[in-house]
Design a binder for this molecule. Structure first.
Ligand code: PMP
Length: 397
C-alpha cells in the first residue's frame, strides 16, 4: 500500500525516538537513565486526582463541547487574569488534547502554502514539523549562547518578509531554558506593532517553571494583544502530561477556526481530564510551587556536575527543566571503537550506548552544536547520569 506523501514532509519527534531507544536498551537489561524526555517525574497533585475521581462518579462520561466545558474555559480566563493580568472571555479559549494539539490547531488555522513562519532557534522539535505539515515555510532566526539564545528586535525585523504569516516561540524556552524579560518582549512587541498582519504564537507551557521571577506574556502589550495566540496547558506545571489538556487564548475569529478543525480531528477532549483541570487551575497552586522549588535544586546540582566537564559550554537556564550545552568540541573525535563522532546525533547515540543515558540531539531543535539533557529526574539519577556521561566523554580522543 502506498502511503500518503504527507508522511514525507515531516519527521518523527526526536524526543520520542530517543525515549524509545532508551526503553529498548532497558528491555535488554541495561540500567538506562532517561534525560531525554520533557516531563515532570512528579505525581499529579492530590486535589486534581480527587476532582477526576469525582467527575467519574458524577458521570461526566459524555461527549464534551468541541472548545471545552464552559467551566474549564472560565477557569482558564480566571487563571489568565490571576497570573498574567490578562482579560479574556470563554469565547477566546479553545481547550485541546494537549498543547501539542493547540499548536497544530493554530498552525493549521493560520498557515497557507508557502507562507513563512519565523521561529528562533533553538526551538521545540514539533514547531518546524507542524509548519511543514501545513505546507508553510520555516524561517529560522539563529541565536547564540552568548545572547542566552534570545533574539533582538533587529533580528526579528530583518526576518520579516511580505510572506511572513506568524512568529512562533516559547518563553520559558524548550530546549534552551531562556526566558524573555518584560523589556525584551516590549522590544519585540514594538516590531509586531508595525506588522499587524503577523500572528504571534506564544507557547507558555513552562510558565510555572521559571527561575528568574514572574512569568511575562507578550500578550500584555495591548496594541498587539489581538495578534497573540497564547498556547498553554496542564502538562508541565501540574505534572499532568498523560491527561492531555492544552488550551489557547486568541481573538474569537481564530478560536472559531481552531474549533472547526478540532471538530473534525478529535472533538472536545476528555471530560474527566477537563473537570480535573478546573480544580488544577482554580485551587491551590502550592504543589506547583513545590515542584518548581525542586526543579531549582536539580538545576543547581546539574550545573555543578557539568561545570568541570572539559569541552562542555553551558548557559544557565532561566526556566523549563533542561540544560542545552554546546558539546561541539567533541565533534571530530573518535570513540574507543574507532567510530568518529561527527555531529550531535552521533554524540547522543554514543552517550546512550556507552553511558546508558538518553538525551536529545541539538540538530532536532535547529541547533546542531548542542545536546539537550533534562533535569526532570531525581537528584540521585542526575548524579549517576552525569558521572557516566563525564566518563564516556573522557574516552573520546
Ligand atoms: N510546547 C513545548 C515547548 C513543550 O515542550 C511541550 C511538551 N514537551 C509542548 C508544547 C506540548 O505539551 P502537551 O503535553 O500539553 O502536548
Amino acid at each position: 500500500m502506498k502511503l500518503s506523501s504527507i508522511l514525507d514532509r515531516f519527521a518523527e519527534p526526536e524526543t520520542l525516538k530517543m525515549a524509545k531507544l532508551g526503553r529498548e536498551l532497558r528491555a535488554q537489561g541495561h540500567d538506562v537513565i532517561d534525560l531525554s524526555l520533557g516531563e515532570p517525574d512528579f505525581d499529579t497533585p492530590e486535589h486534581i486526582k480527587s476532582a477526576a475521581k469525582k467527575a467519574i462518579d458524577d458521570n461526566w462520561s459524555h461527549y464534551t463541547p468541541v472548545p471545552g466545558f464552559l467551566d474549564l474555559r472560565e477557569a482558564v480566563c480566571n487563571k489568565l487574569k490571576r497570573d498574567n493580568q490578562l482579560d479574556y472571555k470563554p469565547e477566546n479559549i479553545v481547550v485541546s488534547t494537549g498543547a501539542k494539539q493547540s499548536l497544530a490547531n493554530v498552525i493549521l488555522a493560520l498557515v497557507d502554502d508557502d507562507e513563512e513562519v519565523i521561529i528562533p532557534t533553538p526551538y521545540w522539535v514539533t514547531y518546524s514539523e507542524l509548519v511543514k505539515i501545513a505546507r508553510g515555510k520555516v524561517v529560522e532566526i539563529r541565536t547564540t549562547p552568548e545572547a542566552k539564545f534570545k533574539i533582538t528586535p533587529e533580528q526579528l525585523e530583518a526576518a520579516i518578509t511580505p510572506r511572513t504569516k506568524a512568529f512562533l516561540f516559547s518563553s520559558p524556552c524548550n530546549p534552551s531554558g531562556s526566558v524573555y524579560s518584560k523589556e525584551e518582549l516590549a522590544g519585540l512587541a514594538e516590531v509586531f506593532k508595525r506588522h499587524p498582519q503577523i500572528a504571534i504564537i506564544s507557547d507558555e507551557i513552562y510558565e510555572y517553571i521559571n527561575y528568574v521571577g514572574r512569568h511575562e506574556s507578550i500578550a500584555q502589550f495591548s496594541e498587539i494583544k489581538d495578534q497573540v495566540i497564547i498556547v498553554n496547558g496542564m502538562s508541565k506545571g501540574f505534572a499532568m502530561t498523560g491527561w492531555r489538556i492544552g488550551y489557547t487564548a486568541s481573538v474569537p475569529e481564530i478560536a472559531k477556526a481552531m474549533e472547526k478543525l478540532q471538530g473534525q480531528f478529535t472533538s472536545g477532549t476528555c471530560s474527566i481530564a477537563q473537570k480535573a483541570s478546573v480544580a488544577g487551575l482554580t485551587e491551590d497552586l502550592a504543589p506547583t510551587m513545590e515542584m518548581s522549588k525542586q526543579f531549582t535544586e536539580r538545576k543547581r546540582r546539574t550545573l555543578e556536575l557539568v561545570s568541570n566537564i572539559p569541552g562542555l559550554k553551558c548557559a544557565e537556564p532561566d526556566g523549563a527543566f533542561y540544560i542545552f550545552p554546546d558539546l561541539s568540541a567533541y565533534y571530530g573525535k573518535k570513540a574507543p571503537d574507532g567510530n568518529e563522532i561527527k555531529d550531535s546525533a552521533d554524540l547522543c547515540m554514543y552517550i546512550l550506548n556507552t553511558a546508558h543515558v538518553s538525551s536529545v540531539m541539538g540538530a532536532a531543535f535547529g541547533e546542531p552544536n548542542c545536546v539537550r539533557f533534562s533535569f526532570a529526574n531525581s537528584i540521585e539519577n542526575i548524579e549517576r547520569a552525569w558521572a557516566r556521561v563525564k566518563e564516556a566523554l573522557a574516552k573520546l580522543s
